[in-house]
Design a protein around this ligand. Structure first.
Ligand code: PGA
Length: 295
């Protein structure tokens, strides 16, 4: 059974009647298809079992600062966020500044409720890799999280599924929590390939390491930095699809043009556990409102 068939089976569990019909239509020879049906049956059964288990996933809001900031502006932003965050925040908050500012951010946030992380890491442990930063180095700066496989890394820097998977494994091995990003382009969505693409990206990582306590971020490429967010329903559909392939306690964040004004509706979806926030994480007021919406 190939990936496309697994995706079809997970998305659209068939009942026995469908299977009988299909056997009539494809008598005896479409084995892969029937294996997919069988697989989907098992999947559906385990889903029912899982839904009986009450899982309480904590909310997480992560700010991806991308290549923005200066010592002065970072200081002011953190000051304002710390001052404005509710004392008893029900959501975990993380900021991911550019590498050179991790030291500054770690000093400012030590002892506060906000964690910090990096935006990328090398898949290698050490060696002649000019310009790269290892998981151990990131760890040494007190990072708990690291973003892996962001679509900007994939599209602008040519990171392949295999490379992203190696980075994911390196982060896991070092005890960092990867925020692993998956998402389809507009052309892929319009071609009806969203699930196939995100499943391929996810399974590449799962082949290299257990998902464990890692965080998944669904970030449709067409929604990143465009001002056009996925509707809550569109996000929920993909999150539910991804959830079916993971342990029920994995946190799945939505990312792509989340703002104060749309956050509550997106976070209200049952399979959305928070957000990965780009542009809006650079404005303290917006970011604080998004964190409030996640509680
Ligand atoms: P955006 O970016 O919120 O600016 O769309 C999200 C991201 O790239 O993680």
């Amino acid at each position: 059974m190939n990936l496309r068939q697994i995706v079809a089976a997970v998305r659209n569990p068939k009942n026995e009647e469908d299977e009988r019909t299909s056997n009539r239509r494809f008598p005896g020879k479409d084995c892969a298809w029937r294996t997919a049906v069988k697989f989907s049956g098992l999947r559906a059964k385990s889903q029912r079992k899982r839904s009986a288990v009450v899982t309480r996933r904590s909310r997480l809001v992560a700010g991806n600062w991308k290549m923005h900031g200066s010592r002065a502006s970072n200081g002011a932003l953190l000051q304002a966020v710390l001052a404005g965050l509710p004392r008893e925040s029900g959501a975990e908050v993380v900021v991911c500044p550019p590498y050179p500012y991790l030291q500054q951010v770690s000093e400012r946030l030590a002892g506060t409720s906000i964690a910090w992380g990096a935006q990328n890491l090398s898949e290698h442990g050490s060696g002649a890799y000019t310009g790269e930063v290892s998981a151990a180095m990131i760890k040494e700066l007190g990072c708990r999280y690291v973003i892996v496989g962001h679509s900007e890394r994939r599209t602008l820097y040519g990171e392949t599924d295999a490379q992203v998977a190696a980075k994911f494994a390196a982060a896991r091995a070092a005890g960092l929590t990867p925020i692993a990003c998956v998402g389809e382009t507009l052309a892929e969505r319009e071609a009806g390939r969203t699930e196939e693409v995100v499943a391929r990206q996810l399974h590449a990582m799962l082949e290299k390491a257990d998902f464990g306590a890692a965080v998944l971020a669904y970030e449709p490429v067409w929604a990143i930095g465009t001002g056009r967010n996925a509707t809550p329903g569109e996000a929920q559909a993909v999150h539910a699809f991804l959830r079916r392939q993971l342990s029920p306690d994995v946190r799945i964040l939505y990312g792509g043009s989340v703002k104060a004004q749309n956050a509550a509706a997106i976070f209200a979806m049952p399979d959305v556990d928070g957000g990965l926030i780009g542009g809006a994480s650079l404005a303290a007021g917006e970011f604080i409102e998004i964190v409030r919406a996640a509680q």
